[in-house]
Write a protein that binds this ligand. Structure first.
Ligand code: ZN
Length: 311
């Protein structure tokens, strides 16, 4: 009797989980994206055919993410894993190996012309920091140029097609539409920056995430912390930046959604530069926040930069 009951229960559970598993997947491609900005791009291209999980969510810092056994389990059951590359996800290779992931891996930044990490944490408008080899010293924040964003989208589209050939027409159509929207946004960004006085196109951010934005659209961005949030600014770096803000009359310093604000509060206090708001660098905002999508992030950031530099 008891055995029969357990047998029936086991069967019931099997049916239940079997059904719910099938229902939740519903034939969708299971994608895992490393961080929220990439997750949005995958959502735009994948549309309804793809079920996306993002490892580092809104306002999260992918530089310092620590995968757990649950992360490995999640990845093990995925069909496609999409990452930025360029050393942004320092934890990626170990995770991939430990999870036994056997699906398609897409490195979204493949093919971008990388910028070298600048030792002075300082980008200028002349684009002299190009690193044609794309070696280990590349700045990973390539998504901050919309032209690079288009390369990401093409790589995502091709990866989705490789993982799910039946969806080819859908992925191609979605990507074409999305690429057109990115083109339109880039025109708007260029117009907004062109309307600013050239001598005011200088800003301070806490970590060096806007090198590609600066290089593509003609800004100068100075950051005390370097390209990873893991490195801390030295007292010497901070003193140098404070001197530079005073001498060059740099109008504004910006907080970032993924970094601590104390250092920039201190710099603002000591120099009289104003806090120009929050820039979204390495993560989107929550869905109801000011930067819920990749293109929404550009709209917000350029709006904040324009407001600070024009006044
Ligand atoms: Zn970063």
């Amino acid at each position: 009797m008891r055995h029969r009951f357990i047998g029936t229960l086991a069967l019931a559970l099997l049916v239940l989980f079997g059904l719910s598993g099938a229902a939740s997947a519903a034939g969708k491609l299971k994608a895992v994206a490393s961080f929220s900005i990439l997750g949005d791009m995958v959502r735009q291209v994948g549309g309804g055919r793809v079920e996306i999980t993002t490892l580092v969510g809104p306002n999260g810092d992918a530089h310092v993410f620590s995968p757990t056994p649950a992360t490995a389990k999640l990845l093990a059951s995925a069909d496609i894993f999409l990452v930025n590359g360029l050393g942004f996800e320092g934890w990626m290779e170990r995770l991939e190996t430990s999870s036994g992931f056997k699906g398609v891996t897409v490195v979204a930044s493949t093919g971008v012309e990388t910028l070298a990490m600048d030792e002075g944490h300082h980008h200028d408008e002349h684009g002299d920091g190009h690193d044609e080899d794309g070696g280990e010293a590349a700045d990973p924040h390539a998504w901050q140029s919309l032209a690079n964003g288009k390369i990401y989208v093409a790589n995502i589209r091709d990866g989705l097609i490789a993982a799910d050939p039946e969806g080819k027409a859908v992925y191609e159509a979605n990507a074409t539409k999305y690429l057109a929207a990115i083109d339109a946004e880039e025109i708007a960004v260029k117009e907004a920056i062109a309307s600013l006085p050239p001598e005011r196109r200088r800003i301070i951010t806490s970590h060096d995430a806007f090198g590609y934005l600066a290089d593509a659209y003609g800004l100068e961005v100075i950051s005390p912390e370097g390209v990873s949030t893991e490195s801390e600014a030295s007292a010497q770096d901070v003193a140098m930046i404070i001197r530079q803000i005073r001498e060059e009359k740099i109008p504004a310093v910006f907080l970032e959604n993924v970094t601590d604000r104390r250092l920039l509060d201190q710099i603002a206090r000591e120099t009289g530069a104003k806090i120009g708001g929050v820039l979204y660098s390495d993560a989107l905002s929550e869905p109801d926040g000011p930067a819920p999508t990749y293109l929404g992030m550009f709209r917000h950031n350029i709006g904040a930069l324009s407001a600070a530099m024009s006044s």
